[in-house]
Design a protein around this ligand. Structure first.
Ligand code: ADP
Ligand code: F6P
Length: 446
């Protein structure tokens, strides 16, 4: 039985890219806690085991569960709706039923490993019913919930079938954390609209308990990135990348994302194509490297995005490329942390241009990597990170002209201006590392 339990869709074992695992693995390890989650494979439930100092408690998902709970309700209903509806949200009754059943399985697993009075920290949009279910099973627990993705405006949330169940589910927690203050306010407004509750400030009374809703902007493990950036081998790799891409005379632009339609990858590539077409940049002077990690590839909207991006990459390289010199390198691959940091060090301009993103850790990783105070960050104003990194070149990714303006401003900026911006952003990121984020959340949870 454990005093501290993390409940998340995925276990921190071969979990692939994504903000959540990178954020929580270090904290759970240092507190000797347990982690309840899914291995990522169908019909698999190994016995509980130890992994890098964390007690792992696998929850089994069948192929049907993956189809309905993960790819369906989580990633085709909730994910698009919570990201401003940038793709249409799809609703199916069997998905909702599976989501509820799987949430109950996670709640039961957490109830079985948590010691009397333990703290249980539930994560993200795949598990929004778990706090309420766990409260029923184990009223003795302190329950926290953190939503890693945006929480939508009230009008959009109201489209969700059985919307009140989700609000009740979250109210099962003692503390509900969001990336942004506005998200917490949206949630509190919904408790009034759907349940007639009367929030006061950030607190609301529900079934005889006080629930707090507050913003806790997540961050990265700064020392991990810092150490990689200081590693001579990583620095050598960064020099090799630059050399292979045409040397110091060629400006290196970089995008690093999961291949997700919320990341604005197609708009970014379109903007770069226009810069090449109108002669603002040329294939001799600049190159764009886009690393797009495969993600949720069984979901139709992700397959369509892949097709759009690959068509556009082919068009741009065909139109503006030369033998032995392509203006756009597209890598549909996962890369190691060290390789990512080498890319960050090599890049003159980092393009982080999501249409909507709860936080975006890539932006913070880029800043943390630039110990040399070099490089420029072009950042979408629709990311959580933009609230903290206001010294980036902020852009509206829906407006291709504004994207181009931001990229041009970064190209034209003086080295002094860039260093001053990077210095300020580095102070912010270094002062707000993921350890501090977790500590603040857990202290508020009490
Ligand atoms: P999300 O949680 O939506 O995937 P974030 O930017 O917040 O987006 O977090 C992404 C995390 O995944 C970062 O830690 C980033 O370094 C990592 N990542 C992104 N792309 C890759 C890749 N190609 N290879 C390895 N890690 C990646
Ligand atoms: O917060 C966004 C998120 O869903 C995380 O839960 C996860 O780490 C990441 O995106 C990757 O997504 P998935 O687990 O669906 O591959």
């Amino acid at each position: 039985m454990k005093r501290f339990v993390v409940v998340a869709n995925r276990l921190p074992v071969d979990a692939g890219p994504g903000g959540l695992v990178s954020a929580l693995q270090p904290i759970t390890r240092s507190s000797g806690g347990a982690w309840v989650g899914w291995t990522g494979n169908p019909d698999e439930r190994p016995e509980p085991f130890e992994h890098e100092g964390v007690h792992i408690h696998p929850v089994e998902l069948s192929a049907d569960d993956i189809d309905r709970y993960y790819e369906g309700q989580s990633n085709s209903t909730i994910w698009p709706l919570f990201h401003d509806g940038v793709e249409p949200s799809v609703h199916h009754r069997p998905w909702r039923v599976a989501y509820q059943a799987v949430n109950m399985r996670f709640a039961e697993a957490a109830a079985a490993v948590a010691a009397e009075g333990a703290t249980v920290w539930v994560h993200d949009y795949q598990l929004m019913l778990v706090p309420g279910m766990l409260r029923e099973l184990r009223p003795d627990l302190r329950i926290g919930f953190f939503l890693h993705i945006p929480f939508p405006p009230v009008e959009l949330f109201m489209q969700l079938p059985r919307r009140t169940d989700f609000v009740r589910g979250l109210l099962g927690a003692d503390l509900v954390g969001f990336q942004q203050p506005l998200a917490a306010q949206n949630f509190l407004r919904l408790t009034t609209q759907l349940l007639g509750l009367r929030p006061e400030g950030e607190r609301v009374e529900y079934e005889g308990r006080t629930v707090t809703a507050r913003a806790f902007p997540i961050s990265i493990d700064v020392s991990e990135i810092d150490e990689l950036a200081a590693d001579p081998e990583v620095q050598e790799e960064a020099r090799r990348l630059r050399k292979d891409l045409g040397g110091d005379r060629r400006l290196l632009l970089l995008g690093v994302d999961r291949l997700d339609y919320t990341k604005g990858i197609d708009q970014r590539i379109e903007a770069y194509g226009e810069l090449l077409a109108d002669g603002t940049v040329s294939n001799e002077e600049a190159v764009l490297v886009q690393v797009a990690t495969p993600s949720r590839m069984r979901v139709a909207q992700y397959q369509q995005l892949r097709e759009r991006v690959e068509r556009e990459v082919g068009r741009i390289n065909g139109e503006f490329g030369d033998v032995g010199r392509a203006p756009l390198h597209y890598l549909f691959q996962s890369r190691s942390r060290a390789e990512l940091v080498a890319l960050y060090l090599a890049a003159d301009i980092m393009l982080v241009t999501p249409l909507r993103d709860g936080m975006n850790l890539v932006a913070k990783e880029y800043v943390a990597a630039r110990r040399d105070e070099g490089g420029a960050l072009v950042l979408s104003e629709f990311t959580g990170a933009a609230s903290e990194l206001s010294d980036a070149f902020l852009v509206n990714p829906y407006d291709v002209d504004d994207l181009k303006r931001g990229i041009n401003a970064a190209i034209a900026a003086s080295p002094d201006d860039l260093a001053a911006r990077m210095r300020k952003m580095r102070e912010t990121v270094r002062a707000n590392d993921v350890g501090r984020w977790a500590k603040q959340f857990l202290e508020a949870l009490g």
